[in-house]
Ligand binder design. Structure first.
Ligand SMILES: [Zn+2]
Length: 259
């Protein structure tokens, strides 16, 4: 078979490309823990694909660039599996409430690079699951951050994170990344390993108090995670709607084409 030689999307060199995963395969493997026959359910507002074992991948990066994002993936996987970081009991002299996790001892640079690289891969991907992600001019900014050509400053791609309370259930569901808004600002919602991460993709500042909270936490190497109930979420309402549509379609009489 002829070797597939195309341009690497990160270094722009023409060379053989790897099958690059948009979201690391590890999260699909995690969905199968305890239930090896079940994969991850990939959910969009239009359809549910049940039992996916490997996720979405396509030829995007050369081996060298795959290794660069692979280092970010390794850290991201460990963070979302809760193998790095430590839940803080108190922060700046205040007790942390039960419904909030403040995760300290985090390498925020690596974690942010992981989140940015997933969002960037989703933006350049041609897979239909990611068709709502278009970072526009921020696609180049993300690429330059991943290539270490511009410094990852506080105002670039800040994020807020929720963890679904129904952890095991949430780990088996992957919602497609969708644009969303926080006030006038544009964000993208990305689901990873039972978490929901809202990443700002907008030139304008977060403004007080969000800006203050983000900077305070970033400087301290701390990630703020709110708990969110999957069953009460908009995402879950989407699943129910898609399931209703699928049921209605299966009950329709078969249409035949008449010429
Ligand atoms: Zn490359």
């Amino acid at each position: 078979m002829a070797k597939q030689v195309e341009k690497c999307r990160l270094c722009d060199l023409v060379c053989p490309l790897c099958e690059s995963h948009i979201i690391p395969k590890a999260f699909f493997r995690d969905a199968m823990v305890g239930e090896p026959a079940c994969g991850l359910n990939m959910i969009t507002p239009e359809r549910i694909e049940v039992g996916k074992m490997a996720g979405e991948y396509e030829r995007l990066l050369c081996r060298g660039c795959e290794e660069i994002v692979g280092r970010y993936d390794d850290y991201g996987i460990r963070f979302f599996r809760r193998q790095v970081g430590e839940r803080l009991i108190a922060f700046n002299g205040d007790v942390v409430p039960d419904d909030i996790d403040l995760i300290g001892k985090v390498d925020l640079r690596l974690l942010r690079l992981f989140i940015i690289s997933v969002l960037w891969r989703a933006s350049i991907s041609s897979r239909p699951f990611f068709d709502k992600v278009d970072l526009g001019p921020f696609e180049l900014v993300a690429k330059q951050i991943i290539r270490d050509e511009i410094t990852l400053s506080d105002n670039l791609f800040p994020f807020f994170m929720n963890r679904y309370a129904e952890t095991d259930q949430a780990k088996r569901m992957l919602f497609n990344p969708l644009p969303t808004r926080m006030g006038p600002l544009r964000f993208f919602n990305v689901n990873i390993g039972g978490f929901n991460v809202a990443v700002k993709v907008d030139q304008r500042d977060l403004r007080y108090p969000h800006d203050f909270i983000w900077k305070t936490l970033t400087e301290a190497g701390v990630v703020l995670v709110y708990e969110k109930r999957l069953l009460d979420s908009e995402e879950y309402a989407t699943i129910q709607q898609v399931a209703r549509m699928a049921r209605a379609n299966s009950q329709k009489p078969v249409q035949r084409n008449v010429r």
